[in-house]
Structure formats: structure tokens, C-alpha cells
Design a protein around this ligand. Structure first.
Ligand code: NAG
Ligand code: NAG
Ligand code: NAG
Length: 273
């Protein structure tokens, strides 16, 4: 039994400590057992004080577009209203950018409706420079290099002899090296930015580096979500971790159970047993 536990820890540790946070692993409300996580500004949940349980806010009551379009596959934003989600295909969206403004889990478009990430094109399959630039493939952002549509491997790819640009979420321009570079926690100068983590150019939905604000130095630094304090855990982890106890002085910052994570555990158990 100890051996099984050991194997499980070894094999799942990379998942827990993975470098960037995956929005697909966002907590759902029922997983938020600590009151302050449930009522956090970033959550779209309500606390039921009779049952001490956290439940979903009705989509129609969500007023901020950012909450609505990130709220898992439950709601979507359309015509300045938050509506009940049924499927990506039922959301009108003429382009990827329209679909991204409705629901981040439906980033593909056929020119009429939105579609899930499964329908995203590969950068190399795109022939139109205008579509290529700014397109999110599932592996990350695309860029037209003059001849082909290529996947951006790092922000440095944006700053070439033919295209000198660095205007891209997940990148910043470094004046010392005169290079376009990948965003890091240390580039985030405000605590409010630091809390959201450092955005990167990909892979899509798995593109936030967890950061923490060091109050002593006033600097933003890289962090491991499992080290987050009770007040940081849920908000600083792009809502993918939550406090593991209903009491602030117990438990720790633990990942919300994700689909992928569960599959790994289940398949490991199947192999072992
Ligand atoms: C929330 O997550 C829990 C645990 O993974 C799962 O049992 C439950 O069905 C989920 N609820 C919703 C509404 O997705
Ligand atoms: C949206 O979903 C909620 C919860 O499932 C339901 O109570 C409500 O009636 C739905 N609203 C509409 C407009 O379908
Ligand atoms: C970019 O331009 C510099 C200076 O003209 C040249 O030395 C370099 O080889 C060029 N790089 C590429 C990748 O074309």
C-alpha cells in the first residue's frame, strides 16, 4: 500500500507542479469548501449558509463578462448578457475573436457558430496571413512569417528581421537586450497583475505562470500553488486550486480535481491493481 502511494505521488507530482496553470482545471463551486474561496471576487459562486455549501450563481445573475465567459462550460456571454450554456455550436460567432468573447472553451468558429477546442486549426494549415496572425491554435499563438503560418515558440520569434513586433499578450519588450521576450512574474510590477499570474503565448488555456507577491521586496516572483497561503490559494491560482479545509488554519492549497487528473489516477490504479 505504501508502495502504491509512493508511485502515485511520483507520477502525479509533475501534474501538480506543472509550470503553468490550466484553465480547464478550474474549480467548480461545489469543490470550494472554504467560505472565503466561495465568496471571492473572482468566483461565480454563492455560499448557502444553511447547508454551508458553495453553489453556482445562475448565469443570468453574472454581470461581468470576464466571469461569464470563463465559467467553465456553464454560461456564455452574448449581447451583453450572461446566458445558460448548452453547446459551443449554439453560440453565434463569426470569428475566433467573437467566440473567445463568448466562452473561452469554444474558441473555434466556422464563420457562423463557435466550436470546441477540438476544432481549432493547426497554424501550418492556415494560408491567409490575416487569419494566421492572432490565431490561437491548441498548441499556442500563430504568426505569419512572410511565407507560412508558424506556431510561436517564444516571443523572440515575433522580433525578426522582417517583422519587428512585440505587441502580444504573454510577451514584453526588453529594452536592454532589444528583444521581445516571454513574460515572467518578475515583469509584473503591480500586485493586482501579479495575482493574475504571468500570461504566456501557449498552449491555449494552459498558459498562466503562477506568481506570488513578495510584500517585503514589493516584487512579483514565481510561485508553486501548493505554497500559497489561505488568502492567495484560490485567486492566485487562476481558480485552479482551492483551500483544502473549511478552516483557515488547517488544510493546504490543493488542486481542484480535474478530468485529466482523474484519468491519470484511475489509469494508474488500473495498472497497479
Ligand atoms: C464539481 O466537481 C466535483 C468533483 O470533481 C464533481 O463531482 C461534480 O460533479 C462537479 N460539479 C459540476 C457542476 O460540474
Ligand atoms: C438556466 O439554468 C438554470 C439552472 O440550470 C435554470 O434554473 C434556468 O431556468 C435556466 N434559464 C434559462 C433561460 O433557460
Ligand atoms: C538579420 O539581419 C542581420 C543584419 O542585417 C543579419 O546579420 C542576420 O543574418 C539576419 N538574420 C536573419 C535570420 O535573416
Amino acid at each position: 500500500m505504501k508502495f502504491i502511494a509512493f508511485i502515485l505521488i511520483i507520477c502525479t507530482a509533475p501534474v501538480i507542479n506543472s509550470l503553468s496553470l490550466d484553465f480547464r482545471n478550474s474549480c467548480n463551486c461545489s469543490e470550494l469548501i472554504y467560505l472565503n474561496d466561495c465568496i471571492a471576487d473572482s468566483s461565480d459562486c454563492v455560499w448557502n449558509s444553511y447547508t454551508s455549501e458553495c453553489t453556482e450563481t445562475a448565469c443570468s445573475s453574472i454581470e461581468r463578462s470576464s466571469h461569464c465567459l470563463q465559467s467553465s462550460q456553464r454560461c456564455y456571454w452574448y449581447n451583453k448578457k450572461c446566458k445558460n450554456f448548452s453547446s459551443c455550436e449554439s453560440i453565434p460567432g463569426k470569428s475566433q475573436s467573437e467566440c473567445l468573447q463568448a466562452n473561452i472553451y469554444c474558441p473555434a468558429s466556422n464563420g457562423i457558430n463557435c466550436f470546441s477546442t477540438d476544432f481549432l486549426q493547426k497554424c501550418s494549415d492556415i494560408n491567409d496571413p490575416d487569419i494566421c496572425n492572432d490565431y490561437y491554435s491548441s498548441k499556442g499563438k500563430c504568426m505569419w512569417n512572410g511565407q507560412n503560418c508558424i506556431i510561436l515558440k517564444s516571443c523572440a520569434d515575433l522580433w525578426t528581421n522582417s517583422t519587428k513586433s512585440c505587441e502580444q499578450s504573454g510577451c514584453y519588450f526588453d529594452q536592454y537586450s532589444y528583444q521581445c521576450r516571454d513574460m515572467t512574474c518578475s515583469q509584473l510590477e503591480l500586485q493586482s497583475q501579479c495575482e493574475l499570474g504571468a500570461p504566456t503565448i501557449g498552449p491555449y488555456l494552459n498558459n498562466v505562470i503562477p506568481c506570488t507577491w513578495d510584500t517585503n521586496s514589493g516584487l512579483c516572483k514565481n510561485a508553486k500553488p501548493s505554497d500559497y497561503s489561505v488568502d492567495q490559494c484560490y485567486t492566485y491560482s487562476a481558480r485552479t486550486y482551492h483551500w483544502g479545509s473549511s478552516k483557515p488554519n488547517r488544510g493546504g492549497c490543493v488542486p481542484c480535481e480535474s478530468f485529466i487528473f482523474s484519468i491519470i489516477i484511475v489509469s494508474l490504479m488500473t495498472i497497479i491493481i
